[in-house]
Ligand binder design. Structure first.
Ligand code: ATP
Ligand code: MG
Length: 754
């Protein structure tokens, strides 16, 4: 650890060396007004981690100075979170409210020293008198009260002789201080409210700035670690402890950057709103960034600690990509989770030439996972496969079952489709198939070549389960409010089918459902009658999938939407003469692939928009990609005249991509802004400084930094974990806010790592 120290550990080591403290004491001081979130996990990791590393200890302290918002259920959630992450606090949980009598006495002392006074102007006036950043404030006339008057009033405040807001206690510091927080900060206020621990003992409550430093001191804390937004409060922290002439040693405050993750919010206030207004199902809803939510979803503590380790400790705020958290859980479960088969959207396959039944012994783990174990999978002449693993009219490159293409049933046999049974509306209800008896997995003598193996379950022995699929809670990277919530963040499948071994064994572990993702038996709702599984994370980074270039997407053409169309209509409607003409022009003259040509040709609005863009820029493929995807989404509900952008502006945007002025990732961001505000793309790029960085002399130092910060991953990569290549590239791109040229980054990272 010591060769790769963060700045906090550097400070701690220096303080130990200079004998400033005998023992390292830290604290994790949450306010019990909500469930802790992944940001708190970072703080827990830092505070408890440092204490552990230097043989000190860390207190868990409830910062309960605000009687109106706090509750014991939050205390319990905070204790749970710390314990679950594997940390211990020393002795009892501490509470700031336990120190109320001491803190009160310190206030009296300050008054006696002439350093605090009771002020009686109202809230409005307090604000007004404070001045501005450029103008000094002025002191209220009550600041001239005598010590005796102040002592008397403060005692009466405590005895409940005044109403809320009638008086406050303030430190007498400096009304013209450059740091606005030092302009006679409030130390105590009157609040006639019931406190969940001290009940009605107190009707005055200390402010954070007064209570926090003193609680730290009372507990013998050495390093008071907090987030950056408290930087300006540090002066008060020091002022209080210094003025009171306390016996040394005293604690010092150090700030680090708080964690922010995209596509979610990280404030207890906002999370509370989601819970109270039922946008989610409680604090532990698996979509929530709370520790309880992540735990219920199936995240392991190892993955969260690993994540905290990876993001490191910095002094500048930054936004972490949620895919990095997803990377950590995937990375962890890849080594741990047994692989099983589950079919989410079943379609029946009858195997006509198979008789009887058998049980196939199959390993739970692939060869490259150093774990052992296997189960028996029942097999018979009726199985279910995933609806999207069969295509009647496959696109080019479709690798699974079709009328003319065999497929392997994973761990079992190769089957070939013989007949498709449809209902009156043309929906496929069953597939009749035959199997090859010589093709059994592991002893295949059939000589048949297949392009893929698909999951399946035995029709008679499979168990029905409920599967809950989660998507990001917000649809925007930087959500602002409720309007940004993703309406599709939860989808429930009631009739998924799973192989029986998963259900008979105690499902207190995470599973990989082959080709679907990682899943976890819901700890709350799972019952024998209705087994419920939560999807923890998909097998691949869904973000990366989205940003993959469109052509590749077209090649696979496996999006559920497309499949659905085929199922519902049987066959796609034939093209009209005019559409055919356009289709031919796009495929033959402009060299677009069939899929994009099809999308454009079938939609008159899209094709006319495309044709107009082409008159501005001769870049058929790039234009087609953005128009068939992003523009198409907008034109679903709008007319061309309602769009905020023009074909000419789309051409300008594409030109910047073609000329490598911006990356296609940034282009998405620019497009979103164009779509929102109607601004010109060049102007957006200029205003926001989004120009792509291709200069190796700028990119190389960033790569060096990433490599330096992640020695463990470098080692793993060099030891053969090739998958980490993407991690490094991602980190570099992130460090540049997505502005680095991915091609250049790829090349340079390759060079650096090999
Ligand atoms: P919120 O705004 O979510 O309510 P908070 O800062 O008010 O957060 P507290 O309960 O007062 O939450 O915080 C307890 C400790 O956790 C503090 O030391 C705080 O600095 C830290 N903390 C809170 N949020 C984050 C975060 N996003 N990243 C890192 N540390 C955090
Ligand atoms: Mg707070």
């Amino acid at each position: 650890m010591s060769e790769n120290k963060d700045f906090l550990r550097t400070i701690v080591e220096e303080d130990l060396k200079s004998n400033k403290y005998e023992k390292i004491v830290t604290r994790f001081p949450p306010e019990p007004n909500g469930f802790p979130h992944i940001g708190h996990a970072k703080s827990i990791f830092i505070n408890f981690g440092i204490a552990r590393d230097y043989n000190g200890y860390c207190n868990l302290r409830m910062d309960d100075t605000n009687p109106t918002t706090e509750d014991t259920k939050y205390v319990e959630a905070l204790k749970d979170a710390v314990e679950w992450l594997g940390y211990d606090w020393i002795g009892e949980v501490k509470y700031t409210s336990d120190y109320f009598p001491k803190i009160y006495n310190y206030a009296v002392e300050l008054i006696k020293m002439g350093k605090a006074y009771v002020d009686s102007i109202n809230e409005e006036e307090i604000k007004e008198y404070r001045g501005t950043v450029t103008e000094a404030g002025k002191r209220s006339k009550y600041a001239n009260r005598t010590i005796k008057e102040n002592l008397d009033l403060f005692e009466k405040m405590k005895n409940g002789e005044f109403k809320d807001g009638e008086h406050v206690l303030r430190a007498k510091i400096d009304m013209s201080a450059a740091n606005m927080k030092m302009r006679d900060p409030l130390l105590y206020r009157i609040r006639h409210a019931h406190h969940f621990r001290t009940n009605d003992d107190w009707c005055i409550y200390p402010m954070y700035d007064f209570a926090h430093c003193l609680s730290d001191y009372i507990e013998g804390v050495s390093h008071s670690i907090c987030t950056l937004e408290f930087e300006n409060n540090r002066d008060i922290y020091d002022w209080v402890l210094d003025e009171l002439n306390l016996t040394p040693p005293r604690p010092y405050q150090h700030e680090f950057a708080r964690l922010g993750i995209n596509y979610t919010v990280m404030s207890k206030r906002k999370l509370l709103e989601l819970v109270n207004e039922n946008y989610v199902n409680g604090w532990d809803d698996p979509r929530m960034p709370t520790i309880a939510g992540l735990k219920r979803r199936g995240y392991t503590k190892e993955s969260i600690l690993n994540f905290c380790e990876q993001i490191g400790i910095a002094k500048a705020n930054s936004m972490v990509d949620v895919s990095q958290l997803e990377f950590c859980i995937r990375d962890d479960l890849n080594q741990k989770a047994p692989r099983v088969m589950c079919v989410l959207d079943p379609i029946k396959v009858s195997i006509e030439n198979y008789e009887g039944s058998e049980e196939i012994e199959a390993s739970y783990y692939p060869y490259d996972v150093p774990k052992e174990g296997s189960r028996k999978i029942p097999f018979s002449n009726e199985v279910y496969i995933e609806r999207e693993d069969f295509s009647e009219n496959p696109v080019k490159g479709y690798n699974r079952l079709t009328p003319n293409q065999a497929v392997r049933l994973r761990h079992a046999y190769i089957i070939t489709c013989k007949e498709i049974i449809k209902d009156d509306e043309g929906n496929i209800v069953e597939i009749k198939a035959i199997y090859n008896p010589d093709s059994k997995s592991g002893q295949d003598k059939s000589g048949i070549k297949v392009k893929s193996a698909i999951q399946w379950v035995d029709a008679k022995k499979a168990k029905k389960i409920e599967v809950r699929l989660y998507d990001r809670l917000y649809k925007n990277e930087a959500p602002e409010g409720l309007e940004d919530l993703n309406p599709n963040s939860l989808s429930i499948i009631k009739d998924a089918l799973i192989e029986p071994a998963v259900i008979t064994e105690k499902p207190d572990e995470r599973f990989q459902f082959e080709r679907q993702g990682y899943f976890y038996a819901d700890p709350i709702n799972y019952t024998d009658e209705n087994p419920v599984f939560n999807k923890i994370v998909g097998l691949k980074d869904s973000w990366a999938k989205k940003s993959k270039n469109t052509e590749e997407k077209q090649k696979n053409k496996t999006t559920p939407k497309q499949e659905k169309k085929e199922i519902v209509h049987g066959e796609a409607e034939p093209l009209t003469e005019k559409q055919k003409e356009l289709f031919n022009r796009y495929t033959n003259e402009l060299n677009l692939n069939n899929e994009v040509s099809n999308i454009l040709a079938r939609d008159e609005k899209l094709s006319s928009f495309y044709e107009e863009a082409l008159t501005k820029l001769n870049s058929p493929t790039s234009l087609a990609n953005i128009i068939a995807n992003d523009v198409a989404k907008e034109l679903k509900e709008k007319e061309i005249s309602e769009l905020k952008f023009t074909a000419k502006e789309i051409a300008q945007l594409v030109k910047m991509i073609d000329e490598e002025i911006i990356s296609s990732k940034i282009a998405k961001q620019v497009f979103e802004q164009m779509n929102k505000t109607g601004e010109n793309p060049s102007k957006i790029v200029e205003d926001k400084g989004l120009v792509q960085i291709s200069d190796p002399s700028i990119i190389l130092p960033i790569i060096d930094e990433v490599i330096e910060k992640n020695p463990d991953n470098v080692k793993k990569y060099k030891d053969g974990n090739q998958k980490l290549f993407g991690f490094f590239v991602g980190q570099v791109l992130k460090a540049t806010g997505g502005k680095a040229n991915p091609k250049v980054v790829n090349e340079l990272v390759t060079k650096k790592l090999n």
